[in-house]
Ligand binder design. Structure first.
Ligand code: TLP
Length: 342
């Protein structure tokens, strides 16, 4: 048995997705006549409460395009110091947007709005102007943590006071919405633009949606083409995205339930610790007394796959392809490796 807890990106398409792919009407999206992509973009914009949306190949591309459209060369961008856009997007902000990133500390991925405000710079002969605040909700390296709505509202106030825009890396914003028990629109209403991924908990094989005002999306479409992200019969992929948005959102609650159950079982084992404040959605960060990569190697041999995210920390991610049996097998495997009899 293999229980793949490396990421929620590993999910395979559902049977409904294969059917939707086979039946999707297709066109050429770069020529502007792809009906299934157009349908997905409309649905996405409507769901998050924005004017328009753009289907992009990846979360990384959506985030980097957003920055490029929001910022002028040399602008300053405020962003949490372990945000995906900083940590895992290979220097995109410097290379693509030529911006100065001002990285701020946080509590589990959540920056203090007062600290954000204290770092806003006004453009002058000497200083760059801060034109963008980037947020991440849920926060990946924070452990799938949710930004409270009140904090989102406080960021929005700061941004308004200083004429700054807000982009949300909402790769897992539907996990945040399900975790908070609110409509995703409530979260998205606090930001100017949001990028969310279909290819994580929502189970599509490929794709993200960048959502925002119509004129922003028009400019984003040009950037997508410039970066080589124009896709032709992309309705094949968009068809899966429509299934994601219509059938896969509510089931994220199952991943969250299994995450808590896994965290509970692991917290009872010697040599492992769980920081419960971080167990909020579909991830568990597990502190290990010994080196985390020794754990991952031994777990891998038994068919339980996960990544170390720090020398003594593992990340386990729940998703549609891990059911209750998978969780039970993972727990049993951890228990055996921790030297606890079944
Ligand atoms: N996250 C991946 C890895 O890149 C780390 C994962 O396994 O969690 N924003 C956030 C918050 C993300 O977690 C990710 C992917 C992205 C953006 C990028 O999405 P893709 O992989 O589609 O470019």
């Amino acid at each position: 048995m293999i229980v793949d807890l490396r990421s929620d990106t590993v999910t395979r398409p559902s049977a409904e997705m294969y059917k939707a792919m086979a039946e999707a009407p297709l066109g050429d999206d770069v020529l502007g006549d792809e009906p299934t992509v157009a349908k997905l973009e409309e649905l996405a914009a409507e769901m998050v409460g924005k004017e328009a949306a753009l289907f992009v190949p990846s979360g990384t591309m959506g985030n980097q395009i957003a920055m490029a459209v929001h910022c002028d060369r040399g602008d300053a961008v405020l962003i949490e110091e372990e945000a995906h856009m900083i940590y895992y997007e290979v220097g995109g902000p410097g290379i693509i947007s030529n911006v100065v990133t001002w990285t701020l500390p946080s509590d589990k991925g959540i920056m203090d709005p007062a600290v954000v405000e204290s770092h806003v710079l006004k453009r002058s002969l000497h200083t760059p102007g801060t034109s963008l605040l980037c947020l991440e909700n849920t926060h990946n390296r924070g452990g799938g943590t949710i930004i409270p709505l009140a904090t989102m509202a406080a960021y929005q106030d700061v941004a308004k006071r200083h004429g700054m825009k807000i982009h949300l890396d909402g790769a897992r914003v539907f996990n945040a919405a399900v975790g908070l028990g609110v409509d995703v629109k409530e979260i998205a209403s606090k930001v100017d633009t949001v990028n969310f991924c279909l290819s994580k908990g929502l189970r599509s094989p490929v794709g993200s949606l960048l959502c925002g005002p119509a004129d922003f999306i028009e400019e984003a479409r040009i950037w997508r083409k410039r970066l080589g992200g124009g896709m032709r019969q992309a309705g094949i992929l968009a068809a899966c995205g429509i299934v994601s948005l219509t059938q896969m959102v509510d089931r994220l609650a199952d991943d969250h339930r299994r995450t808590r159950s896994l965290a509970q079982s692991l917290s009872e084992l010697p040599g492992l610790t769980i920081d419960w404040d971080r167990v909020q959605t579909n991830m568990v960060l597990v502190g290990t007394e010994t080196q985390a990569n020794e754990w991952t190697e031994r777990l891998h041999e038994k068919g339980v796959w996960c990544f170390p995210v720090a020398p003594k920390r593992l990340r386990l991610v729940l998703h549609a392809d891990v059911d209750d049996h998978g969780v039970a097998y993972a727990v049993e495997t951890f228990r055996a490796l921790a030297g606890v009899a079944a």
